[in-house]
Design a protein around this ligand. Structure first.
Ligand code: PA5
Length: 476
């Protein structure tokens, strides 16, 4: 079946099954009744209306990324081809929204041991995403890179983030010492076109530059050059990613809120929050989706964790997102999820067809308690374990629902990313908060600037100096 064919796309539609949040399955005390959903239909539809009316404007520019990047995508593909020819390592320097998306999509869509594969099998550069300022990590990276065959991509929307700019300064200095005037051939910038320091530096240095559109915030930026360039460099079909996002966009316009995956999941989480369930666990049953959970944690946590609502009233809302991995965390976290406080909503992500199959070998015919595994596949085992967790959570009356990907490919990952972004926008509208700002993050950034003596942050420094000093009584 041709990939772009609509029948194939339909066969690749991801599914959301929310049976196990219903009172019928987990009891009236924890679960929701159909009547409770109906009572909140107006709220769901007003969130849908809000998104419809605001999409493409203000900080909701991300909604249009599947449609408005034809030329940019062409430029990215050409640039990626050139990078592939010239280099062996592609290193992203960025943090938060400038790093988590590239990591998630790389893990989802490349060979799980991509960087360890021999070049002949890898057929694309290795990818490193450096999202910390740990000096040991920086030196360890430099130990493994052949700079002659490395291109760096510094990514920062604000063009000011201390961590990213520090990394840039360190690397650019090394490149200049090594390559002189040709240093610029080893650095690409991805940043805002009209604001921030990186764009000024990029112009001065003559760097190849991609732009992050104004209305696309860090955590909503995976489907713009922030994520598309690294993805294209490692051989991911970025057009297919965007097609997946566009496909999901249609599903997210459905006015029947019970059939709109992003709207119904937002409503479930919203109603759960109102019942004090302030933890959202994201638990994929696939190593390839492990970092999608990380990416989701930033999206959900930073977007919905807000002190004030749109009218300025103190509300202190949000749900703490938690990442878990099936089946690994069944042996670490599920005890808590099943028997601990009733304060969580657990989302399980399953895969119908894994890209590999591994048979469990024969070898223990005379030990039935081991032999029951033989002749089955790991595929059957991981799927059975997900079903078992779903059953265990449901019988313990825990709110849980599943998202199923027919397989992990660029089209389904595009759908998944876009669905979570839409869900976040809907949930933010239901909570009546600004989903797209991050004053809490800015607070930390500003305090760092102050501590490092950046001009303009003297008042913050003074405030910090005047804060109550720590007492030795409380140190042991
Ligand atoms: O979502 C956000 O806006 C933030 O988490 C940013 O992505 C993060 O702080 C990095 O910011 P910048 O891209 O400006 O360096």
């Amino acid at each position: 079946m041709a990939k772009k064919n609509s029948q194939w796309q339909k066969s690749m539609q991801i599914k959301l099954d929310y049976n196990n949040v219903m009172a019928e399955y987990i009891g009236a005390e924890q679960g929701f009744s159909a009547e409770e959903f109906s009572a909140n239909k107006k709220l769901a539809l007003s969130a849908l209306k809000y998104v419809k009316e605001n999409r493409g404007t203000g900080m909701m520019g991300w909604t249009e990324l599947p449609y408005n990047q034809k030329e940019i995508v062409a430029d990215i593909i050409t640039t990626a081809k050139d990078i592939k020819k010239k280099c062996d390592n592609f290193v992203v320097l960025g943090i938060g929204g400038s790093a988590l998306g590239p990591i998630a999509v790389f893990q989802a869509l490349c060979h799980l041991r991509h960087n360890e594969l021999p070049k002949s099998k890898r057929k694309a550069p290795k990818l490193y995403v450096e999202d910390n300022v740990d000096p040991e990590r920086m030196n360890a990276l430099l130990d493994v890179l052949d700079l002659d065959k490395t291109i760096f991509n510094v990514v920062t929307k604000s063009g000011a983030t201390s961590e990213t700019m520090a990394q840039y300064l360190i690397i650019m200095d090394i490149l200049k010492k090594r390559f002189g005037d040709k240093a610029k051939d080893h650095m690409i910038a991805t940043t805002s076109e009209n604001k921030g320091n990186l764009i000024k530096i990029a112009k001065e240095e003559g760097l190849k530059t991609f732009y992050i559109p104004d209305g696309v915030g860090g955590r909503f930026s995976e489907l713009c050059p922030v994520g598309l360039l690294p993805a294209a460099v490692v051989g991911i079909d970025i057009k297919e990613l965007l097609l997946g996002a566009a496909y999901m966009d249609k599903l997210c316009k459905n006015k029947d809120y019970t059939k709109n995956p992003a709207l119904i999941s937002a409503l479930i989480e919203y109603l759960a929050m109102n019942k004090g369930k302030n933890i959202s666990v994201m638990m994929p049953y696939a190593d390839s989706l492990k970092y999608i959970a990380d990416w989701y944690c930033q999206l959900w946590g930073e977007s919905l964790g807000k002190a004030v609502d749109n009218e300025g009233n103190e509300v202190f809302v949000g749900q703490t997102p938690v990442k878990a991995l099936g089946v690994t965390d069944q042996h670490s976290q599920v005890q808590l999820y099943r028997e601990g406080p009733f304060d969580k909503v657990i989302t399980l992500i399953g895969v119908e067809n894994y890209r590999s199959s591994v048979e469990i070998s024969q070898g223990c015919a005379n030990i039935p308690d081991v032999n029951f595994l033989c002749g089955h596949t790991m595929n059957e085992l991981i799927q059975a374990e997900m079903k078992a967790t779903e059953y265990a959570l449901t019988t313990a009356k825990r709110l849980n629902y599943t998202i199923t990907l027919p397989e992990v490919n660029a089209f389904t990952i595009g759908q998944l990313l876009y669905m979570f972004e839409m869900e976040t926008a809907f949930a933010g509208a239901m909570l009546n908060i600004n989903t797209f700002n991050q004053p809490g993050v800015e607070g930390g950034k500003n305090a760092t600037y102050a501590l490092f003596g950046r001009k303009g942050y003297e008042a913050t420094k003074k405030e910090m100096d005047e804060a109550p000093a720590k007492k030795s009584d409380y140190v042991c």
